[in-house]
Design a protein around this ligand. Structure first.
Ligand SMILES: *[C@@H]1O[C@H](CO)[C@@H](O)[C@H](O)[C@H]1NC(C)=O
Length: 408
């Protein structure tokens, strides 16, 4: 017993090394080199050079976007000429990452609280007799509250209920022309501040240039001015693959994607944003029902006698959504070691594969197998002294091992 313990204790400090068998087989030798080269190429070319496997990366980008639109337009409508500035056509005016530019509108001026006929377009407002319009009931999807009277043109036709609300009601129609088509030439200044917290790296998309007037005069252009943060609205829409004047009629939604791909090993000045543009609302040939964007708002006024009235606007326009994505990488020892380690493990897998080919698929595989899995025939002789001390047990164990081996 004590002897066995000492044996185990001593064997803990033994170093075991592998024994190699060199097979002079050209086919497997070439196969092994090819596998090695492939794996080496994969690790160096793909993992390290292309995928920058030596870098620690971060994709959680912190970002803030501020926008400012500039441009004015004079337009003539049936209700007189009107001047539109950014404070009129940009909604909301705060300069957020999502902003709406009015490109078309239907104005219903001078609406007053009173009684008038419901629009013929509202199904719930149709009536034949007064009892179809119970007093006090709201018109579903309509403009007011029923007053109890049915207004008919003649006794046969369908009329509409009289309502109490803002009168006259809007006479909506599908517009054909954009009233604010000049918005195509308006510009938007996009300021984007980003930070990669893991690397304590901050930057903005506004080019740091000594030339003060550059930012006043430049206009974004993929080739000429890729880092100018001022964009013409018409360019944004055309880069998204659409025509501004067509889109301006019924409105739509456009995404502006700002992508930061920064290799921080290359330094601060090499980290630049890339812009791309895409239309977000349904825009296929069969989606004219769902594309477009409009909503309504009212401006309230009071006349000198204190009576209030309002102008109702149904506005169509383009909604711009600015989305920021980013990824930064910087050299770090841990991913480098991990990638080298997994590369070495792959090399091991290559050797294993060649072993399989050599031992099970080659012509003289039996010979190789005999060499590789050799059974030590001397075991019984060398172990004589051990056998003498524990005769029965040791002997039977070795006997079993040799008997089971398929080579014998
Ligand atoms: C935009 O500006 C250009 C040049 O200043 C002008 O030729 C063009 O007619 C303008 N487009 C619109 C829609 O006003």
């Amino acid at each position: 017993m004590a002897l066995a313990c000492r044996h185990v204790l001593l064997s803990v400090f033994d170093y075991k090394t592998e024994k190699y068998v060199i097979a002079k087989n050209k086919k497997v030798g070439v196969l092994y080199r090819i596998i090695q080269l492939t794996i080496l190429g994969y690790i160096v070319g793909w993992v390290f050079v292309t995928k920058k496997g030596y870098q620690d990366t971060e994709e959680a980008i912190l970002s803030s976007v501020i926008t400012k639109v500039k441009g004015v337009a004079f337009i003539n409508t049936s209700s007189g000429s009107r001047f539109w500035g950014p404070e009129d056509y940009v909604i909301p005016q705060q300069g957020e990452a999502v902003f709406f530019i009015t490109t078309n509108f239907i104005e219903t001026p001078e609406q007053r609280l009173g009684y008038c006929a419901e629009s013929i377009k509202v199904p719930d407002g149709h009536c034949r007799v007064n009892s179809d319009c119970p007093e006090g009931e709201t018109v579903i999807a309509g403009h007011g509250v029923k007053s109890g009277r049915c207004l008919k043109k003649d006794s046969n036709s369908t009329g509409t209920c009289e309502i109490h609300g803002w009168c006259p009601v809007e006479r909506s129609h599908k517009p054909k022309e954009p009233l604010l088509g000049k918005a195509e030439n308006f510009t938007v200044y996009i300021k984007n501040f980003i930070r990669f917290p893991k690397f304590a790296f901050s930057k903005s998309n506004v080019l740091e240039t000594a030339n003060d007037t550059y930012l006043k005069r430049c206009l974004y252009d993929e080739v000429g001015h890729p880092y100018c943060p001022i964009f013409r609205l018409g360019d944004i829409v055309s880069r998204a693959g659409h025509n501004f004047q067509d889109m301006a009629v019924l409105g739509g939604a456009v995404g502006i994607l700002i992508e930061w791909k920064c290799d921080l090993d290359k330094g601060y000045s090499q980290c630049h944003p890339q812009y791309s543009f895409t239309r977000l609302d349904a825009s296929g040939p069969n989606s004219s029902m769902s594309s477009g964007y409009n909503f309504r708002y009212a401006r309230h006024f009071k006349n000198p006698s204190g009576q209030s009235y309002r102008s109702l606007f149904k506005v169509y326009g383009i909604r711009f959504d600015i989305m920021v994505h980013g990824k930064a990488g910087r050299f770090s020892i841990i991913p480098t070691i991990i990638n080298i380690g997994s590369g070495l493990a792959l090399m091991g897998a290559g050797a294993f594969f060649c072993d399989m080919v050599l031992l099970y698929m080659m012509k003289n595989r039996t010979l190789y197998r005999e060499r590789k899995f050799e059974t030590d025939k001397n075991v019984n002789n060398n172990d004589k002294d051990l056998k003498a001390k524990e005769p029965n047990k040791q002997r039977s164990e070795f006997q079993q091992l040799t008997d089971l081996s398929p080579e014998n």
